[in-house]
Ligand binder design. Structure first.
Ligand SMILES: Nc1nc(=O)[nH]c2c1ncn2[C@H]1C[C@H](O)[C@@H](COP(=O)(O)OP(=O)(O)O)O1
Length: 229
């Protein structure tokens, strides 16, 4: 659609009402009635997390963790896990929901410790970012973390996995299974592609976009400045 074909923006879009359709322990489905930019009243089906605290803007954190060790290339720490909604294994940044009263930075260090065993240090925080805005209001902050891999507690890190939130599982038994994967930062996209060829995995879009960004940052500045097409 060209700009001239677009309907004129007559109204500031706004939410009119949010009506529950279904709810579980972790998620709820709502009909969101809203006024669109042309002034029409419309309905959108929206998924929300039930765990978001009142007035909070963000559900969870994702953690880009760099493992730095003497005489090793810097690595990005990823997690491989079975994800029931996909019915298969995914490769993701460590991530998790923010607990009540917790800051995003504290949640990131806690989740990193739980899922990978590493103790890290926060070196950067993004604004609140949306995850799948056509589906859900879910948001995350991405936290950049450095891990000093030479520190004693980071040499043989021990995961602290929970019960995975399974409603039917005895809380005394673990049901969260997370495998830690290290990939070198300077060959991140190539090594990721190799892994995806070898194993049946779905990679998180944040991870793959980060890999493409890293490839641009590492290689493009070193390319000869020839005439661009
Ligand atoms: N949509 C979900 N369904 C569930 O049955 N359980 C869920 C959902 N979302 C989260 N959880 C559970 C699983 C964990 O016990 C807690 C917190 O998960 P967290 O580790 O913070 O996040 P992820 O690693 O991204 O699952 O909630």
């Amino acid at each position: 659609m060209s700009n001239s074909d677009r309907p004129e923006v007559a109204t500031t879009p706004q939410i009119v009402k949010e009506e529950p359709i279904a709810a579980g322990k972790w998620l709820k489905l709502e009909n969101t009635t809203y006024v669109d930019p042309a002034g029409n009243s419309r309905v959108w089906e929206t998924v929300k997390r039930t765990t978001r605290q009142p007035n909070a803007q963000v559900d969870g954190v994702g953690i880009i963790a760099f493992l730095k060790r003497t005489l090793h290339r810097d690595c990005v720490v990823l997690v491989k896990q079975f994800r029931p909604p996909l019915g298969g294994y995914t490769l993701e940044f460590p991530a998790g929901l923010i607990d009540e009263g917790e800051t995003a930075e504290a949640a990131a260090l806690r989740e990193l410790k739980e899922e990978t065993g590493y103790r890290g240090e926060v070196v950067g925080v993004t604004p609140v970012t949306c995850l799948d805005p056509g589906l859900s209001n879910c948001t995350t902050q991405i936290i950049l973390v450095n891990i000093n891999g030479d520190e004693v507690e980071n040499i043989n890190p021990t995961q602290q996995l929970g019960d995975g939130g399974d409603l039917t599982w005895p809380s005394s038994l673990p049901s969260e299974f997370v495998e830690v994967v290290h990939l070198p930062l300077d060959e991140f996209q190539t090594k990721l592609d190799d892994l995806l060829k070898k194993e049946k995995l779905v990679v998180d879009s944040k991870v793959y976009i980060f890999a493409m960004g890293m490839a641009q940052a590492f290689f493009k500045p070193r390319e000869l400045p020839v005439l661009k097409q």
